[in-house]
Design a protein around this ligand. Structure first.
Ligand SMILES: Cc1ncc(COP(=O)(O)O)c(C=O)c1O
Length: 386
């Protein structure tokens, strides 16, 4: 069998293989704590479940999605963005569904890049950006996210020849894995830079509703000129406790949205109608429950940050995301550290190097378990490194 050479250019996503390994460890009777997962222990609120269950039970709701009007779904997304995030988008031309942000973040490379074209991807970064560029035949230029710059992109440090060559740049703020957040000035400067070098900005923003201590991460689309230079991806996964739904949305620049609509009409043929109904219920229903949910994530975060600092290790206090990004002790690579910790203490945290060389020396901890389990994991960490 001859498969494509490009399969050798990228790695498979780590999650499924790791989940299998942890499940096997559990069958051996080991008390495993999984703080690797980006899919927390939270569940969708009752009204979302009810809307989905009712829509699924209707026998008329199981045709191809094109059999149903998409307008109410896009109206709900546009209204959500307007009222929650202060962004105006035209639901007819500036919004498109996706099958989780993950699907659009792959397909968007087909929309923006021809073979050999360059995309700017941060190091460290969510691994699917690099994989998506490579699967679609593009070239990756990495730009660093440095601690001295609070792990934010520094467009002034991207050489002009690289910027001129690049067709797109990925940004992800609040960031997975570093938890970095940015103030308004960052986005304003980014848009001016994108205009100067004619680079499309793709803002991956699935964590914007997981935020703490009164901080509210902005949408990239909120800033003047953003829609001229880019798009934003969002998703029901993290904001609405619905990782399994595989419902996301891409918003912004009309040409990009229309290109994506053309690609997706051939590739996936739409979003299962009951999921559209459930998403409308989520976006138009009560959202006060999010505050409690975020308080619980903040409580977990505090346990991790406090324990980490008590061990004499560095960690920023995240203003958003349910992750923590911690420096590890000298003497290990991050992969060695995590595998040894898993083997000896039955706790899984993700090596920073999974996200690129720039993540070496760090681990990503996902606060995806109840606070007591997180406290237990931190106690095991304390014993492990002492
Ligand atoms: C930065 C980032 N982008 C995209 C995704 C994919 O999200 P979705 O579940 O909407 O596909 C994730 C999931 O963890 C993520 O961390």
């Amino acid at each position: 069998m001859r498969t494509a050479d490009k399969l050798n250019n990228f790695k498979a996503y780590l999650g499924p293989a790791m989940n299998q390994k942890l499940a096997l460890m559990r069958t051996e009777g080991r008390d495993v704590i999984n703080l690797g997962l980006g899919d927390p222990d939270v569940t969708p609120p009752e009204h979302q479940l009810k809307a989905l269950a009712e829509a699924v039970s209707d026998p008329d709701n199981h045709h191809y999605p094109s059999a149903y009007p998409i307008k109410p779904f896009y109206d709900a997304i546009a209204n959500w963005y307007k009222h929650r995030h202060g962004v105006e988008v035209d639901p007819e031309t500036e919004v498109i569904y996706c099958l989780g942000a993950a699907e659009a973040l792959f397909q968007i490379h087909n929309c923006l890049l021809d073979p050999g074209d360059t995309a700017l991807v941060s190091d460290p970064a969510y691994p699917s950006y690099e994989a998506g560029v490579k699967i679609t035949g593009g070239m990756v230029e990495f730009y660093p996210l440095l601690k001295e710059n609070n792990f934010l992109p520094d467009v002034d440090n991207i050489p002009a020849d690289v910027a001129r060559k690049a067709k797109m740049i990925w940004i992800n703020i609040p960031n997975n894995p570093t938890t970095a957040t940015a103030d308004d000035g960052f986005f304003i400067k980014l848009i001016a830079w994108a205009k100067e070098f004619d680079v499309v900005v793709v803002s991956d923003n699935p964590y914007m509703d997981i935020c703490f201590d009164g901080y509210k991460p902005p949408s990239f689309l909120k800033f003047p000129g953003a829609k001229e230079v880019g798009v934003e991806l969002n998703s029901m996964s993290k904001s609405f406790n619905a990782c399994g739904w595989r419902v996301g949305m891409l918003l912004g620049n009309k040409e990009i949205i229309s290109g994506m609509a053309k690609i997706k009409s051939q590739v996936d043929r739409g979003l299962y109608y009951p999921l559209q109904v459930a998403t409308i219920a989520a976006l138009t229903g009560p959202v006060d429950w999010m505050e409690e949910r975020n308080k619980s994530f903040a409580e977990r975060r505090d346990v991790v940050v406090k324990a980490w600092k008590k061990m004499g290790l560095e960690m920023m206090t995240p203003r958003a995301t349910f992750y923590c990004w911690g420096k590890i002790p000298d003497g290990y690579t991050s992969k060695e550290f995590c595998l040894k910790f898993l083997d000896e203490s039955n706790v899984w945290v993700i090596p920073g190097s999974t996200y690129g060389e720039g993540g070496e020396g760090y681990v990503r901890i996902s606060n995806a378990q109840p606070v007591e389990r997180i406290a237990e994991a931190m106690e095991r960490m304390r014993r492990f490194i002492s």
